[in-house]
Design a protein around this ligand. Structure first.
Ligand code: ASP
Ligand code: MG
Length: 403
């Protein structure tokens, strides 16, 4: 007997027909003799609709009350899914985050899972119940409901799999798996059979909308065997595993992230402490910075530029201007019609030609590069947003990822 954890996303349970489809798949797994624990998201666009409802009443609502509201989406899906399974004649129980023992940090809106008290889960499995758990939610030390951040149901599933020591964690969505790039942009994008945790983590953080990045972090940490597949077909999906076990390819995927903006501080004194002043100010205000570039400088001045998310741009500019008496930039510039395009692949470590090939593709496509950032397994460039799709196609072609 195996213990299988499955997660179904919002599109997989968006209406009665899809809920029945999912129920059938779960029952099929159960009737093989396996124990099945399922994490489920809110139906379709429910979470967005709930946010809209809140905004109609109070756009500045507290995060605590937002979590109280948003967590209801998943409570609807677990009940409906359990009813569907009852109809198919299998023993089933639905559990909210707190009933399932999911304890989180105190922070509302984007809480991290601390631990899972598995007593109730084990008791239900011992009774041979199918267990349906509300994704995206937990409970903090004040016994308040918290949510795990948008897309957080993936993390619920992986946390359940880790805590229960499951044999596999299957993430069901409306695509067949992880692709070399967004199939909506590039027609010949290819499904990958497997990918390493680190590559997946980069892809998830760089804007490939497949898995919540915290779920990948956790899968890597607890060595959870993870698989991404479609709830609408029987296709194999993509396995996420240790790097030694995956096919070695120079580059596995190309991503595009439009949620970036660039800020440049020009004419700074070329003295120690400037970077510290700027980035500690932003960090103190919880603003994440991504690519950072400092110019070599001329005479006694230098420029520092960096990227933030579009949502943080306004606040970052305000903070920098308010503190410019200390920082002392001659000019603060910003640009928000930019995109970050990246390539990811564990095979690029020790392969100096990879970045050059990416730049050649961009040159061939007449795309100008504003900034470059690299790590062992990724190269990112900041380019104009209008060039981004063309750039993705050109890079995907250059590395022959569609073949
Ligand atoms: N329902 C939540 C969201 O839409 C969580 C999830 O779908 O994973 O973000
Ligand atoms: Mg959702």
């Amino acid at each position: 007997m195996e213990l299988v954890v499955q997660k179904y996303g919002g599109s997989s349970v968006k209406d009665a027909e899809r809920v029945m489809n999912v129920a059938n798949r779960i029952v099929e797994e159960y009737r093989k003799g396996n124990n099945v624990v399922v994490a489920v998201s809110a139906q379709g666009d429910t979470t967005d609709d709930l946010i809209e409802k809140a905004n109609e009443i109070n756009p500045k609502a507290s995060k605590r009350e937002m979590d109280m509201l948003l967590s209801t989406g998943e409570q609807i899906s677990i009940a409906l899914l359990a009813m569907a399974i009852e109809k198919l004649g299998c023993p089933v129980v639905s559990l909210t985050g707190w009933q399932a023992g999911i304890r989180t940090k105190a922070t509302y809106g984007n809480a991290r899972i601390d631990k899972i008290d598995t007593e109730r889960l084990h008791a239900e499995l011992d009774k041979r119940n199918i267990v349906i758990v509300a994704g995206f939610q937990g409970i903090n030390k004040y016994d308040d409901i918290t949510t795990l951040g948008r897309g957080g149901s993936d993390t619920t599933a992986v946390a359940l799999a880790a805590a229960l020591n499951a044999d596999v964690c299957e993430i069901y969505t409306d695509v067949d798996g992880v692709y070399t790039t967004d199939p909506r942009i590039v027609k010949n994008a290819k499904k990958l059979d497997d990918i390493s945790y680190d590559e997946m983590l980069e892809l998830a953080s760089l804007g490939a909308n497949v898995l919540h990045n915290r779920s990948v972090e956790m899968a890597k940490k607890y060595n959870v065997k993870l698989c991404v597949r479609s709830s609408l077909s029987k296709a194999e999906g993509t396995f996420v595993k240790e790097v030694e076990e995956v096919e070695k390819m120079l580059v596995r995927g190309v991503t595009r992230d439009n949620d970036v903006a660039r800020i440049a501080l020009c004419g700074l004194d070329d003295t120690p402490g400037k970077a510290f002043q700027i980035f500690s100010l932003l960090a103190k205000n919880n603003i994440n910075v991504d690519i950072i570039l400092q110019s070599i400088g001329n005479e006694s001045s230098k420029d520092i530029s960096f990227t933030v998310t579009k949502g943080n741009l306004e606040q970052a500019l305000k903070l920098l201007k308010e503190n410019n008496a200390v920082i002392g930039a001659k000019e603060v510039k910003s640009k928000s019609d930019v995109s970050k395009v990246s390539i990811v692949g564990a095979g690029m470590v020790n392969n100096p030609g990879v970045a050059a090939l990416m730049f050649e593709a961009l040159y061939d496509a007449h795309v100008n590069i504003h900034m470059i950032a690299t790590s062992e397994i990724k190269v990112s460039v900041l380019i104009d947003e209008k060039d981004a799709e063309r750039a993705v196609v050109a890079i995907h072609d250059k590395f022959k990822l569609g073949e």
